[in-house]
Ligand binder design. Structure first.
Ligand code: CP3
Length: 343
């Protein structure tokens, strides 16, 4: 059965004439059917924690577009809530959390073995989606990478430069390291449970990896990813892992080898030709169309899509955007992108 799945083939290193495709945030506000289900749920977090509705929005883009992969509908910050942080989403403001700025704040978090009490509905969503998906569609589970989740837990919100997290790393390295350790352990448990529930691939989102430089990149982007992947592969032999150290630039080079990732996802700040030469040499890559084309459309959407397909055509490739599709995207542009990929 696995051989029918184009995503699994790409992750195994196979070169395919037509690359498999899915999109980050494919279940999202640009889709009217998503907005309707979200309204039914009441708010974003209720949607994440109501398995029937979370499964429904996971499946919506598969029904509409026939993507090769479905990604579990949840959020990278649920794990912070499961560890005892307060989490809320205020409209127009993005996520807000209670902050961690001291050893005392850290000590108030819950033990890692209690996260399933909060995250059980997420595993139920995975089970429902796994049963409902067409046989050729791959189910991707995910988590935030420890550094990225820590940046939100420390600052209590999204920050343009991750200043508060860098400040804690300098001022109180013991507390900072203890938080990263806790997140490594929790992420292994969380992804392991998603795999046990039916996720066939998992992806680690390190959205803020780009602000880690030099030794900090090695310690807080590479090493946690390597440890999480090693633990997952020990428990679930053969489970493919996609790593997304967003805006890592030169850090993309050798990232798969250094971490054991089966695929490196590339943002759109680097060119596909550069990534083919420097990253795809080590195996599968995912990416990297600029999400702005989903808003702009036009002939550039088609030519850029074709250019990326061509640039990666000599190696294993999963077509995706360089970051999530935005709420102002036109759903018809997604169809045009698929036409340009699949012909
Ligand atoms: O990709 C998917 O379709 C799967 C579901 C998914 C969501 N968030 C749903 C979501 C995934 C994989 C994520 C990952 C995520 N969440 C990341 C890493 C990827 C990235 O974008 O860099 C981060 C940093 C978060 C944290 C987060 N969640 C932010 C910053 C926001 C607000 C920004 C925004 O787009 O509004 C969210 C909310 C969120 N997560 C939405 C969705 C569909 C929009 C919420 C809504 O419906 O109102």
């Amino acid at each position: 059965m696995a051989e029918d799945k184009t995503i699994l083939r790409a992750l195994a290193g196979q070169v395919q004439a037509i690359p498999p495709v899915w999109m980050m945030r494919q279940a999202g506000r640009y889709l009217p059917e998503y907005r309707a289900t979200r309204a039914q749920a009441g708010d974003f977090l209720s949607l994440c924690y109501t398995p029937d509705l979370a499964a429904e929005v996971t499946l919506q883009p598969i029904r509409r577009y026939g993507f090769d992969a479905a990604i579990l509908f949840a959020d990278i910050l649920l794990i912070a809530q499961a560890l005892g942080a307060d989490l809320w989403f205020s409209t127009g403001e993005g996520p807000r959390l209670s902050t961690i700025t001291s050893a005392a704040d850290l000590a108030r978090l819950k033990p890692v073995d209690e996260i399933d009490a909060v995250l059980a509905p997420v595993y139920e969503t995975v089970r429902i989606v796994a049963r409902a998906l067409p046989r050729e569609t791959t189910l991707i589970g995910f988590a935030g990478a420890p550094w990225t989740v820590a940046t939100y837990m420390i600052a209590g919100r999204g920050t343009p430069d991750q200043g508060p997290a860098h400040a804690l790393m300098q001022a109180d390295p013991a507390t900072f390291d203890a938080l990263i350790e806790m997140l490594i352990t929790a992420t292994i448990e969380y992804l392991s449970a998603q795999i046990a529930a039916g996720a066939e691939v998992v992806k680690l989102f390190d959205s803020w990896a780009g602000s880690l430089k030099g030794d900090a990149f090695a310690r807080y982007a590479v090493a946690p990813t390597r440890r999480i992947i090693a633990a997952l592969k020990a428990r679930h032999p053969g489970i493919p892992v996609i790593a997304f150290p967003r805006e890592a630039e030169q850090g993309y080079i050798g990232f798969a080898k250094a971490t054991g990732a089966d695929c490196v996802a590339i943002d759109n700040s680097v060119s596909a030709d550069w990534a083919a030469a420097h990253v795809q040499v080590d195996g599968c890559v995912q990416g990297n169309l600029d999400p702005k084309y989903m808003v702009l459309g036009g002939p550039e959407l088609v030519s850029e899509t074709r250019r990326i397909v061509r640039a990666f055509s000599q190696g294993p490739h999963i077509f995706n955007l360089g970051h999530g599709i935005t709420p102002d995207a036109d759903p018809d542009n997604v169809q045009r992108m698929l036409g340009a990929i699949r012909g």
